[in-house]
Design a protein around this ligand. Structure first.
Ligand code: SF4
Length: 974
């Protein structure tokens, strides 16, 4: 591998500025930049407009960059974007401050002092790749493949897929991401298991249908539960929500914090942190009791009428009770059992169109058959919800009963006579959720409950709802081009079943046992070694036995990884390749991670910036491109895909997938072509690492996704290929489940029963043997997971038995929850001076009456202490949180480690104000996904003083101002 920089290192580092760049930046960002030389400022240049997309957050709003002499001088939103429509938020605009930050890492860095000293030596890419590969190979040789591990997450890089596949290529099962079980995986994965469709997330790009502008969009009520789109994805779903509110769509917000979306809502329910499942169950109870559910949909399109075997807890298959019964449907569509209201008896319930059904299934039934007492799934849900009267919910969850009732009636159209869906009208509602739901022990119960509510209301696959199966996935093409509908199925193991297809591991939900067996045998025959290795990696992944839902993204359980590093049991991860973000800001109980860094022999980081994690831990740092430098394809806005373009390129930075690709290749070379026990692909592809190893590969795959013949062709005529539009009639489909499939039956859903599994039976099988992920080789059983929404009292709370037993309930009287602010995304942008100036220290939102009792005034500094540690913030007095609740920004960190801070005051900057010093990464965990407690734990609050290193005054942020002392645009490094 040769470097392709167009100058020597000496010349490279000596170059200090671009004259034209100085002029351009000085003019367009007046007052925000280091002064340009006046002689240089007089130079005029031509301005180029380049179409791209923001990647400040996951929504990737289409944008336009203005470039002068290779320097991006201005950003604005692309007015043609169908949801963001020309807007960019402050996080997007922060890019000019981060890309041109004086803290930008522009060359590979090798640690020159002790960890924590922030001393670095600039080395070449050749040296950096060689060093990383050598350390990995040495560890594998001495300790085995499982000594390698990777991680990702925290924003600022996009290596999610590669982080999964890099350890597999090295023959290791260990990868983790704070944004997995703690953020999005539970919602995403559970929707696949629940109905095979898209999740309800509003801040992760899933819910798009509600923003569709056409008149047949029937959204009338949107429930925003545990999310704040106006803050999280301001320019996209935040702007979209503002627009649909202005069009008359009503909103309900469930959030402990009076967010901007709560302020605009028709009803705000200030739930006690981490008790959302209690509110969900109160909605179920009210809807059941007042018969507000969509009876027809619940009877025929959900599994609520199925009889549940009390011993197995699984729905009873018809042949189990009726041995002579011959199902009229294929093996991949079993017949179940219901209580039939036509005959007043227990009967087989075959899958069919509702109008063709031979039975009228009762939803709520308890009774005896052949001496055994059965309940329907609906009855089980009803009994679980029974204690949750509005009054009980108010007592436990602090949601006023009258407001709660108002919200439920609005959501169900209960007072909207002719429009109520259960009475034949066409108005719909839909629930959207967000990350707060993932950050507690109830991470699987919340999405099961929220999808459960939409399912019994029939708010699925209709114009204007949240739960849809968009994207044309229902249709397959015959050789003649005819579009047909097959029985829908759902793939598992990796996004979209990637690993199932590549290695033949994992069952496909919706296929019969025989179909799955045949598929697995065929794929296994093509690559038996890879199938065997992937099977073993699944079985050996840390934390899998208890939290099998993590298989969906092939990730390890974070606290179990930390424990393995600390103890060496069952094996010791020793060489760490972190692919993005500040792990000390992102990981729960950050101090517990800091304490195990000495146990890790070698730590590789990659990121556009140094962070306090890199200062404290990394031995080697690979410099990455920022989003204005990185070509890729963004996610969708409605039915469009957009280009993220290479607008400039500074220093020796590379695209996010390249360092790992180069390292994999070098380790393979060192082993003579094959890493022992490393996963390989078939078809002549030697390595399982799926990222690109050169910029040309990155660019060509980007062009291919946008259906351009090449990167050069794409650049020559961007408007021809961008946006890449899926025709509306293919992308937006409704009532798909009712369409007739090739087997003559209604298509249904991609579940075992072909119905919406409101009683999510598949999680029971998952707990018992790892199905559908660990197939054909089962995983050891753990305790059953709950197939319905259940209430779990947070383990640290005013009402928890555990806390009462500890006896220190009074010492930690406040419940802490956290959330985003509009200035930063995850751990990123802490170096952006304007955002930092606007939000120089973390607010601790505290109720005015609580503050008064503690003698705390608005903007006083306070110390927040949990059982894990203490941090500081500024008191923000408000009635926007309930008495007893405090709220903080979730990843605030000052990154105060370098010469811009006087040495006497200098720290790495992760301890002082980082809410993750307080969070809890020990059991109890969410049963399915292993999520730990980022929100809803107890703290105490005291008056304090400002930590020395925290900047408050605008002038203090001058060292962070974007600099012209950058390096010129370069050619690709690889
Ligand atoms: S919402 Fe996200 S993608 Fe859109 S402009 Fe803001 S940071 Fe960028």
């Amino acid at each position: 591998m040769a470097l392709k920089t167009n100058m020597s290192r000496r010349a490279f580092t000596k170059m200090s500025m671009l004259a034209g760049a100085a002029a351009s930046l000085g003019i367009s960002m007046s007052g925000s930049l280091v002064e340009a030389d006046t002689a240089e400022a007089a130079t005029t240049t031509e301005t180029k407009k380049v179409r791209t997309s923001c990647h400040g957050c996951i929504q990737m709003c289409p944008a336009i960059a203005y470039i002068e002499n290779g320097v991006v001088v201005r950003l604005e939103g692309d007015p043609e974007a169908p949801v963001s429509r020309g807007s960019l938020c402050i996080k997007g605009l922060n890019q000019l401050h981060t890309m041109y930050s004086p803290r930008r890492v522009l060359h590979p860095l090798k640690r020159a002092g002790e960890r924590g000293e922030n001393k670095w030596e600039v080395i070449s890419w050749d040296e950096a790749i060689e060093l990383a590969a050598t350390k990995i190979k040495e560890a594998i040789d001495e300790y085995g493949n499982y000594s390698f591990f990777s991680s990702v997450g925290g924003g600022g890089s996009y290596s999610f897929m590669e982080a999964m596949t890099l350890p597999m290529a090295m023959g290791s099962p260990t990868v983790f991401e704070p944004g997995c079980a703690q953020c999005y995986l539970p919602r995403w994965s559970m929707s696949k298991l629940f109905y095979g469709g898209d999740d309800q997330s509003i801040a992760d790009n899933a819910v798009q249908e509600i923003f569709r502008p056409e008149e047949d969009n029937k959204a009338e009520v949107v429930v925003i539960w545990a999310a704040q789109p106006s803050v999280s994805e301001t320019a996209e779903s935040g702007r979209g929500m503002a627009e649909i509110r202005s069009m008359g769509v009503k909103t309900i917000v469930v959030d402990p914090n009076f967010s901007p979306d709560a302020a605009k809502a028709d009803v705000w329910l200030p739930v006690r942190p981490a008790t959302d499942t209690g509110v969900i169950l109160s909605w179920f109870r009210y809807i059941f009791e007042n018969k507000l559910y969509n009876e027809q949909f619940t009877k025929y399109w959900t599994n609520m009428p199925f009889l549940i075997d009390p011993d197995t807890k699984l729905p009873v298959i018809a042949s189990e009770l009726f041995p002579d019964y011959v199902s009229p449907t294929p093996d991949n569509t079993p017949a179940y059992v219901c209580y039939d209201l036509k005959t007043n008896s227990v009967q087989p319930f075959a899958y069919s169109k509702p109008e063709d059904s031979t039975v009228d299934p009762e939803i709520f039934w308890t009774g005896t058959y052949n001496g055994k007492t059965y309940k329907t799934a609906g009855q089980i849900y009803k009994e679980e919800a029974e204690p949750w009267t509005l009054e009980h919910c108010e007592e436990v969850c602090w949601v006023p009963a009258d407001k709660n009732e108002q919200a439920i009636r609005l959501y169900t159209h209960a007072d909207d006579g002719n429009r109520a869906p259960c009475k034949g009208g066409d108005g719909v509602a839909g629930i959207c959720n967000g990350v707060a739901a993932d950050m507690t022990e109830s991470a699987s119960q919340v999405p099961i409950g929220l999808m459960g509510l939409d399912s019994i209301m029939g708010y699925i696959n209709k114009p204007g709802v949240s739960m849809t199966q968009k994207g044309g996935g229902y249709f397959t093409s015959t050789p003649t081009g005819e579009k047909v509908i097959e029985r829908p199925v759902t793939y598992n193991n990796g996004f979209g079943g990637m690993f199932s297809d590549m290695y033949g591991v994992g069952a496909v939900i919706g296929m019969s046992e025989a179909e799955n067996k045949e598929r697995i045998e065929k794929l296994g025959a093509a690559m038996p070694d890879s199938q065997r290795i992937l099977n073993k990696l699944l079985q050996d992944r840390l934390g899998m036995k208890d939290h099998k839902g993590l298989y969906a993204w092939c990730h390890s359980h974070i606290p179990t990884v930390r424990q393995a590093i600390a103890t060496g049991e069952p094996y010791k991860p020793r060489v760490w390749f972190d692919m993005s973000g500040n792990k000390l800001a992102m990981l729960g109980n950050a101090k517990s991670w800091y304490e195990v860094f000495p146990e890790v022999d070698f730590i590789i980081g990659q990121y556009p910036m140094l962070t306090s994690f890199h200062v404290e831990a990394a031995d080697l740092v690979f410099p990455l491109r920022e989003w204005l430098e990185e070509p890729m394809v963004n996610m969708t806005q409605l039915n469009t895909q957009w280009l993220q373009n290479e607008c400039t390129h500074i220093g020796e930075t590379v695209s996010h997938s390249i360092p790992a690709g180069q390292v994999v290749n070098r380790v393979r070379e060192m082993y003579g072509g094959h890493i022992p026990n490393g996963l390989e692909l078939g078809g002549g592809m030697a390595t399982a690492y799926l990222g690109s190893a050169t910029e040309q590969e990155v660019k060509e795959s980007t062009a291919e996704t946008l259906m351009a013949p090449s990167w050069d062709a794409l650049q020559a005529d961007i408007d021809k290929y961008v946006p890449c539009v899926t025709p509306k009639d293919q992308y937006f489909q409704y009532y798909q489940h009712e369409m007739t499939a090739t087997d003559g039956l209604p298509a249904g859903f991609g579940t075992e029963s072909r119905k919406v599994e409101t009683y999510t039976q598949i999680v029971l099988k998952m707990a018992r043997n790892g199905y559908p992920f660990c197939y054909p080789n089962p995983q050891e059983a753990c305790d059953d997971y709950s197939p319905i929404c259940t209430f779990i009292e947070p383990c640290e709370s005013p009402y928890s038995d555990a806390q009462q037993q500890i006896g220190d309930r009074d010492e930690y009287p406040f419940i802490l929850t956290s959330g985003r602010v509009p200035y930063f995304h995850h751990g990123t942008m802490r170096h952006a001076p304007f955002s930092r100036e606007l939000y120089p220290a973390p607010d601790v939102r505290i109720n005015t009456r609580d503050a008064e009792k503690l003698g705390i005034k608005h903007m006083d500094w306070v110390k927040v202490t949990s059982r894990r540690g203490e941090i500081h913030g500024r008191a923000y007095l408000t009635e926007g949180v309930a008495p007893g609740v405090v709220w903080m920004e979730r990843f605030w960190n000052p990154e105060c480690f370098d010469d811009s801070v006087p040495e006497a005051k200098r720290t790495a900057g992760w301890r002082e104000c980082n809410v993750n010093v307080l969070t809890k990464n020990t059991a109890p965990f969410n049963e399915v996904y292993g999520s730990y407690t980022n929100r809803g734990f107890t703290v105490k609050i005291e008056k304090s003083t400002k930590p020395d290193i925290i900047w408050i005054e605008p002038k203090e942020f001058e060292p962070f101002m974007p600099t012209l002392h950058n390096e010129p645009r370069t050619e690709d490094v690889f």
